[in-house]
Design a protein around this ligand. Sequence first.
Ligand SMILES: C[S@@+](CC[C@H](N)C(=O)[O-])C[C@H]1O[C@@H](n2cnc3c(N)ncnc32)[C@H](O)[C@@H]1O
Length: 478
Amino acid sequence: MVSSLALPFSPKPRENALLLQPCKAPPLPCSKRRLSLPVRASTSTPPFRIFEPLQAEESSLPSDTVLADPDFYRIGYARSMRVYGVEFREGPDGFGVYASRDVEPRRRARMIMEIPLEMMLTISQKLPWMFFPDIIPIGHPIFDIISSTNPETDWDLRLACLLLYAFDVEGNFWQLYGDFLPGADECTSLLLAQKEDLLELQDSELASKIDEQHCRGLEFWEKNWHSAAPLKIKRLAHDPERFIWALSMAQSRSIQMKIRVGALVQDAHMLVPYADMLNHSFQPNCFLHWRFKDRMLEVMINAGQRISKGDEMTINYMSGKKNNMFMERYGFSSPTNPWDVINFSGNSKIHLDSFLSVFNISGLPEEFYHNCHLTNEQDASFVDGAVIAAARTLPIWTDVDMPMVPSIERKAARELQEECYQMLSEFQTTSDQDLQLLESDPEESRTREAAIKYRLHRKLFLGKVIQALEIYQDRILF
Ligand SMILES: C[S@@+](CC[C@H](N)C(=O)[O-])C[C@H]1O[C@@H](n2cnc3c(N)ncnc32)[C@H](O)[C@@H]1O
């Protein structure tokens, strides 16, 4: 274990930083997410003005969101966390980060959040296990439990142990921050799903993977939280549900990053408060950066990015991964995931360059992008991540010396459409039925909702590929 060093200096609050000042803002509803408690909209006036945006006009901010409770900022501000030009709001996908003012594009990336290492929970990706900050005293039995994990596969078990341990350390920041983490009923992680929710995925392979993960978590708890375990271990997770919840936090909220602390460069798994409230986008406007000189994680707006007040600030959680991977780790999916895949089994193939030029897609397959400057308005709205995914996943042929023959291309496109229709017919429900289910029960569990959305998103993707192939057939006269 390595002890963390003292911060070389405390960062000064900057202009526009979150400032605690007497409240002049009108009372606004705010969200204080407490573990396992339903979200309540408080109508009381916050005792402090929490950062400039609270005074901003609410009208241009997303209407289906409520501001985070002032305490959420206060506990971080007291420990040198800073935010600039953004605020935390609770919306349809839980907490998120939103711009509180317009930002003109800049040549350099611009910082919107800084979080000191002292507030994080980190553990090295490889042996020997090192923790920053070093909160586990030598000889504590949780260290033996962490040491018993498989170094190759069990990063999430180690992080879950560390999180549970932090909740138990008197005065630790995570005792306060834990109040704002999603409870078991608010988190979408499928580790927290009932068995019948997993059936709603209509994907037996994914359901059994999640089931295996769940069993792995339970076995780990049973092995280490047995009746003869010391009290200081037992009290970290009295029941398996508590451990599984911590495991779901580790999986759905941690990041991996190379950090440099003093002379040590380390690949770490990290739980970073506040940055863990950023939602995912395949076209993110932000990224994470490790600032070595004072050991801060920075959230930066991409260089050249224009931001309008009310925009959600997002990062890319994983690049190049299909929806099933997003479901497995985070419990959400997207109908426009540009990396989704369809496994076609027939021999039909379409001509890649012709397909790309019909939809003005440029670049190499790894970096396909929609060249919207060449496109009319109607096409611009049609071409989304699903069409980019189609360009990657449709079986293709390329031969620079051979021109494509439109009639052969049309036949291939029709056969590929047939295969998509066949795949759609194999689902137990239609998209309309899924939509009805989602609308009919607003109180249903987050995991059941995520599971129904997953199969719906698959159908929407297949439908979009069918539509794209239709447009392709119409436009390949030359
Ligand atoms: C790192 S947390 C982000 C903060 C989270 N929204 C919260 O309420 O604490 C990841 C979780 O946020 C949600 N999430 C993030 N990005 C999403 C997206 N693009 N669509 C739907 N849910 C998303 C999922 O529930 C995911 O497990």
